[in-house]
Design a protein around this ligand. Structure first.
Ligand SMILES: C[S@@+](CC[C@H](N)C(=O)[O-])C[C@H]1O[C@@H](n2cnc3c(N)ncnc32)[C@H](O)[C@@H]1O
Length: 218
C-alpha cells in the first residue's frame, strides 16, 4: 500500500484505498485489505465520483482541508464514508432528503462518530444551518435541475470565506437537450456570479458519463 499525493488516500496497483474508520465493516460491498495491522477499504471510482475525480485529475486536492465539512446528497453513504474516514478528527455533516436512503446512511453513521446525517432538503439550508454552523468545505452530488443554485445557497449560508467546494454536476439533470459543454459553462458562470471562484473543471468520463466535477473556492 503506497501513499498518494492526496493525504489519507493510498494506492495498490491501480486501485485506491482509504483507512477503514470502522474496521471489519463494509459500506457498499467494497474489498477490505489489512496491511501491518491497518485495515483499508477499496475506493471504487465507478461507485464514487470523488474517487473518479482523483483518478482523472492530476491536481493535488486536499480532501480534508478543514475540521468541518458539509456533504449534500449523501445517499447511502458510499462517498461520505470515505470522506469521513479521510478526516477522522473532523465532522462531516451529511444532508440527504430521501427517507429510503436515509436508514442506510444512519447505519454508516453508527460506526463513525464523525459522520452526522441530516434528513433534510438541501434546497432549504435554513432548516439545518443552525445545527451545522460554518464549514470550510462543501461537497454536493445531487441530481437536480437547480444544482448550481443549491450549491450557492448552501455556500452563502455556511461556507467560510476562502473555503473550498466540489460540485459534481450531472449535466442531464440540468437539461436533456443542451450540449454538455454549454450546461457546464452556464453552471460555472452562475457560481461565479454568486461570488465563488471556479478553480478547475474535470470531466468524470468514463467513470460517470456526462458528469463534471467543478472545483471551487469561496
Ligand atoms: C447521485 S446520489 C448521491 C450519491 C452519493 N453522493 C455517493 O457518492 O455516495 C444523489 C442523492 O441526492 C439526493 N437528493 C436529491 N435531491 C436532494 C435534495 N434536494 N436535498 C438532499 N438530497 C437530495 C438523492 O436522494 C440521492 O440520494
Amino acid at each position: 500500500m503506497e501513499p498518494t499525493a492526496w493525504p489519507g488516500v493510498f494506492r495498490l496497483g491501480r486501485d485506491l484505498f482509504t483507512v477503514n474508520g470502522a474496521p471489519g465493516h463494509r459500506v457498499y460491498g467494497e474489498e477490505l485489505r489489512t496491511e501491518r495491522s491497518t485495515e483499508y477499504r477499496k475506493w471504487d471510482p465507478f461507485r464514487s465520483k470523488l474517487a473518479a475525480l482523483l483518478v482523472k485529475s492530476p491536481r493535488q486536492l486536499d480532501l480534508a482541508p478543514t475540521a468541518r465539512l458539509l456533504y449534500l446528497g449523501g445517499a447511502h453513504g458510499t462517498t461520505a464514508s470515505h470522506l469521513a474516514d479521510l478526516n477522522p478528527d473532523g465532522r462531516l455533516f451529511v444532508v440527504e432528503k430521501s427517507p429510503t436512503a436515509f436508514p442506510t446512511l444512519l447505519e454508516v453513521a453508527r460506526t463513525r462518530d464523525n459522520l452526522l446525517p441530516i434528513l433534510a432538503d438541501a434546497q432549504l439550508p435554513e432548516r439545518y444551518a443552525a445545527d451545522v454552523g460554518p464549514v470550510g468545505f462543501v461537497y454536493q452530488d445531487i441530481a437536480q435541475r437547480a444544482q448550481a443554485r443549491i450549491f450557492l445557497e448552501n455556500s452563502s449560508a455556511l461556507l467560510t470565506p476562502g473555503g473550498r467546494g466540489i460540485l459534481m454536476l450531472k449535466v442531464r439533470s440540468v437539461s436533456q437537450s443542451t450540449p454538455a459543454r454549454r450546461v457546464l459553462n452556464d453552471a460555472c458562470r452562475e457560481l461565479e456570479a454568486g461570488g465563488l471562484r471556479v478553480l478547475e473543471t474535470v470531466d468524470l468520463a468514463p467513470f460517470a458519463r456526462e458528469h463534471h466535477a467543478v472545483i471551487l473556492r469561496g
